[in-house]
Design a protein around this ligand. Structure first.
Ligand code: 0A1
Ligand code: ZN
Length: 871
């Protein structure tokens, strides 16, 4: 047990800040051993606060306070109290300047929060509570201040000195040092502060906004990565144009900067005018970057850019409102990606993530509403629920109001709250005000956790032509919420005749626990196509027959539901095989499925990207989420059986598709059509390899050796490594290593592919990789590749029956917790799902959680996850 139990913070305790900070002037002296920070804060009493209170500033216990003065008068130790991350000064005037000098050790900051060093450069990460690791400040998002920042550093080592806003002055200083001053005219919370100092190269471009403002665009990276910045630049310009066209939002500074850093806890950060990115989310080059990574770069660049309005100009009142900026911004970036690429494929990918990982979160011990009610460590709440489910909630508003009213609502929201720190309630209120609708019931999406379930049945009267849909909704209990009230949600649907003709299509609105919808003049019993486009983040049950699903797979006019019909059928057949395997009976592959897939493979008119989605079996993780009690081995065996059966039954079709796609792909380009061709081609190769036949191994080897792009090369590598062809797999891994050992991001893939190899001996392999020079436990990307790859992608081996995988993970968590608590807490997720497994594994997983709980001095991050998991 921890020496001191961290305590929880509650939404209901929110109080407006007692003090305001109108201006903040910072001066950083960056040195090799330390950094000195002088902060001058113009502070005054907040007239909106309830009562006068002592001045309370937040500052981590680890920063050294060197000097503190008020209006030039130095304070002595008895003038203030410092304890538990707080500095309290009881006697202050109504309005004053506070100056404070702190000393930090960025070189020793392994948590990567606050000011730290990534390779040779200084950088910061202040969201959510990193600023208090730099200086004393009311480090909360509802205190907004105008920042001026001066950076002073050695000119040779750190020729580039960046901060938020516009550069306003610069010069040389003694001892080979130089300085630059930056001014950000827009008031912002401290979590959006950033600085970067280093020897960086850049690509530069410019953008003219709709109203004619000239903006300099600069993307910085280490010199060796200069050839990998073009895609991010194009994506940025596309995002800027899109936000003007779709939301009427323009950029508001003279300069927009992105900096790529190798050591970063998350994907990227939207600091005002100075985004800091994990290299994995900004660098892209055909030879070193896969299609999936190209698309991720486009999406993340856009996401951070869109935050300039949804997050920065209008920010969050407190961290319980995190989804206000994240849910809305994810919705915006998803729509942007849909417009830039294939809309249906984007939707399929997003829904797959939601169903696999967010539904699992919603059913686990860390389940929380989109607007959580309490937290111990806010970093643990940058979750799929806040981001992805939050985006689904915004999407439902878009569906319920329609695009025009939604746009009016967003215009009103931005106009009404520009420069303010607000709540999710304010967002919904703007939507209510433009539509005249009462969204009070809809607000339950923000306050209730858990995934709702819709149960649908139907009735048809041939004589009257009347068809009825009976819909009931429920939501399972979640931590602290035993009973749920019904939700307000859009149920997009259509009715199809047996031959596939569409009879009608509508958006039904659900508000009651049980509701009946009537359709008149229906000539024959229809097949319902329900929850089109996944119009609400729910689980839907309707007793489809296999025949009906096959018909929808062929004819549904909604592309998403075509795919979903195929998935439902595959899930059903896979679940039957899982059960057969458990009973020791032979498994079978349904002929109807083979025939349907053959039809799809032979139809040359279909979009290859869509076919690739249709012919992908649901993942083991997804099947696990759907199981009553997870039997990892049974799920793996059933899926492997089906994959092999479909591979062999359709071998000549897979080959024909492979050849067709290969012939159609020209030189590499990351556009949607070419990506689609490559994804179908590599899926075909996966099935060919799954036949276990030698000629296809040769085909993969050829692709590995001859391809001009990382997508094809890596697909071939991972297929062979994950196949039974062990020797060739090892050979290709070695060749790949020799070819790419100097590309850190490629080496992450090399680690991840090996970590997810489910062949026997997996644990020994990852243990030995953890000692490989390519691995660096201080780098979160390496940890995610190796530890995340093994525990999240190699389910069979992580869940080895002897519990060795669990012990290995717990050992790592305990070691990492002292170094980087945020990453440690995140990597812990697989163990938190222990209740979902059969008794033997359940007990072994729980033992490891208990072992962690019994350890002294856990971080608040890991303590929160472990303690909540054990409840
Ligand atoms: N706001 C960023 C995500 C982010 C959150 C926390 C971080 O450090 C703890 C870093 C980045 C986004 O949504 O992109
Ligand atoms: Zn975000």
């Amino acid at each position: 047990m921890s020496a001191q139990q961290p305590h929880a913070i509650y939404l209901e305790d929110y109080q407006p800040p007692a003090w305001r900070v109108e201006r903040t002037a910072l001066r950083f002296e960056l040195e090799e051993e330390q950094a000195l920070v002088r902060a001058q804060l113009s502070i005054s009493i907040n007239p909106e606060a309830g009562s006068r209170q002592a001045l309370e500033l937040l500052g981590d216990d680890e920063i050294e306070l060197q000097r503190l003065s008020i209006d030039g008068e130095v304070l002595c130790a008895s003038d203030y109290a410092r304890a538990d991350g707080r500095l309290v000064i009881p006697n202050v005037p109504d309005s004053f300047t506070l100056e404070c000098v702190t000393r930090l050790l960025p070189q020793q900051n392994t948590a990567l929060e606050g000011l730290y060093k990534s390779d040779g450069m200084f950088c910061t990460q202040c969201e959510a509570e990193g600023f208090r690791r730099i200086t004393f400040f009311p480090d909360r998002p509802d205190v907004m201040s105008v920042f001026t920042t001066t950076l002073v550093a050695d000119k040779t080592r750190y020729p580039v000195l960046l901060s938020n806003g516009n550069p306003v002055a610069s010069g040389d200083a003694d001892g080979g040092r130089h300085w630059v001053t930056w001014e950000d005219p827009w008031p912002k919370p401290s979590y959006l502060f950033a600085l970067v100092a280093g020897d960086l190269a850049l690509v530069e471009d410019h953008y003219t906004t709709a109203s004619g403002r000239e903006v300099a665009l600069r993307i910085y990276a280490e010199r060796k990565d200069l050839d990998k910045l073009d895609h991010a630049m194009v994506s940025l310009k596309n995002a800027m144009r899109w936000d003007e066209q779709v939301y009427g939002r323009e950029y508001d500074l003279d300069i927009y900067m992105i900096v790529a850093v190798d050591f970063f806890n998350m994907g990227a950060m939207e600091n005002k005018g100075l985004n800091i990115f994990n290299t994995s989310c900004v660098l892209a080059h055909p030879q070193t970057t896969t299609d999936a990574a190209f698309q991720r770069v486009e999406a993340v660049v856009a996401h951070e850019y869109f935050h300039n309005w949804s997050g920065n100009r209008v920010t969050c009142r407190d961290w319980f409102q995190l989804s206000l900026k994240e849910g809305f911004t994810v919705f915006r970036d998803a729509e942007f990606s849909a417009d830039m690429n294939s809309r249906t494929v984007k939707r399929i990918e997003d829904v797959t993530l939601l169903r696999t990982a967010q539904f699992a979160e919603d059913a686990g011990p860390m389940a929380h509403p989109v607007r959580p009610e309490s937290y111990i460590e806010i970093s643990n709440f940058y979750t799929l629920t806040v981001y992805e489910k939050g985006a689904e909630v915004v999407r439902m508003l878009h569906t319920l109001l329609g695009p025009e009213l939604f746009r009016k609502g967003s215009d009103l929201y931005f106009e009404r709250h520009d420069g303010q720190a607000v709540t999710t309630d304010d967002f919904v209120r703007a939507m209510e005000d433009v539509s005249g609708r009462d969204l009070s019931q809809f607000r339950r999406w923000y306050s209730q956790a858990g995934t709702p379930r819709l149960n649908v049945s139907d009735q048809y009267d041939a004589e009257t032509g009347c068809y009825e849909l009976h819909v009931s909704q429920s939501c399972p209990p979640s931590p602290g919420q035993e009973h749920k009230l019904p939700y307000h949600l859009p149920l997009a649907m259509g009715l199809l005749a047996d031959d596939g003709t569409e009879l009608c299509s509508r958006v039904l609105e659900l508000t009651e626990e049980e509701q009946v919808f009537r359709f008149e003049g229906i000539p024959s019993r229809p097949v319902p196509s329900l929850l089109r486009g996944f119009s609400a983040p729910v689980k839907l049950d309707y007793a489809y027959t296999d025949q009906q699903l096959l018909m929808l797979l062929r004819h549904d006019t909604d592309g998403f539901n075509r795919w979903d019909a195929g998935q439902r059928l595959s899930v059903r057949l896979l679940q039957q095989q899982t059960e057969a395997w458990c009973r020791g009976e032979p498994m079978q592959c349904e002929q109807a499925l083979v025939d349907a897939w053959r039809g799809l493979l032979r139809d040359e008119n279909l979009d290859p990207a869509m076919v690739a989605q249709l012919l992908r079996l649901p993942s083991e993780a997804q099947l696990s989420e759907l199981a009553d009690e997870i039997d990892v081995i049974a799920i793996h065996e059933a899926r492997e059986f089906m994959r092999t059966a479909l591979a062999r039954a359709l071998e000549s079709e897979w080959l024909a598709v492979y050849q067709r796609c290969d012939a159609a792909s020209g030189t590499y380009s990351p556009d949607a059509a070419s990506i689609g061709l490559r994804s179908l081609k590599n899926l075909a190769l996966e099935y060919l390899i799954a036949t276990g036949r030698e000629p296809w191994l040769e085909l993969a080897r050829q692709q590995f050796e001859q391809s001009d792009n990382m997508t094809d090369q890596q697909a071939a590598l991972s297929l062979v490594v994950h196949s039974g062809f062990r020797e060739v797999g090892a050979e290709l891994l070695e060749a790949f290593y020799l070819q790419w050992q100097h590309e850190s991001l490629v080496m992450n893939q090399w680690l991840a592919i090996q970590a997810s190899d489910s062949a026997p001996g997996a644990l020994e392999r990852v243990v030995s990789l953890s000692r490989h020079p390519m691995f660096d436990m201080r780098n979160p990307n390496k940890l995610r590749a190796l530890i995340g790859g093994f525990c999240g992608q190699n389910l069979v081996q992580f869940h080895a029956e002897d519990g060795s995988g669990y012990t290995w993970l717990a050992d790592w968590i305990l070691k990492l917790d002292r170094q980087n608590p945020q990453v440690a807490a995140r990597l812990l997720t697989p163990l938190t799902r222990w209740k979902r497994y059969e008794p033997v594994r359940r007990a072994l997983m729980r033992d490891q959680l208990q072992r962690m709980m019994d350890t002294a001095e856990l971080s608040a991050d890991v303590y929160e996850v472990v303690s909540k998991s054990l409840v």
